[in-house]
Design a protein around this ligand. Structure first.
Ligand code: SF4
Ligand code: SF4
Length: 55
């Protein structure tokens, strides 16, 4: 399952385009729409500060 480390997230939004279902929103901190997210985990390598992880 995709896990967000909100302490690490700087809200840069770089992960957002990597999500094929547009489940990521950056409002200060990244937020995941859990209804849209299909757990593909494609977003994880696109976070430069390792705020996205598999749990
Ligand atoms: S795990 Fe996949 S579907 Fe979920 S937010 Fe990341 S890229 Fe989008
Ligand atoms: S790429 Fe990482 S630091 Fe940037 S908004 Fe996404 S989760 Fe946060």
């Amino acid at each position: 399952m995709l896990k967000i480390d909100e302490d690490r997230c700087v809200g840069c939004g770089l992960c957002m385009p990597s999500c094929p279902v547009e489940a990521l929103r950056a409002w200060g901190k990244i937020q995941v729409d859990r209804v849209l997210c299909n757990e593909c985990l494609e977003c994880i390598p696109n976070c430069p500060v390792d705020a996205l992880r598999e749990d």
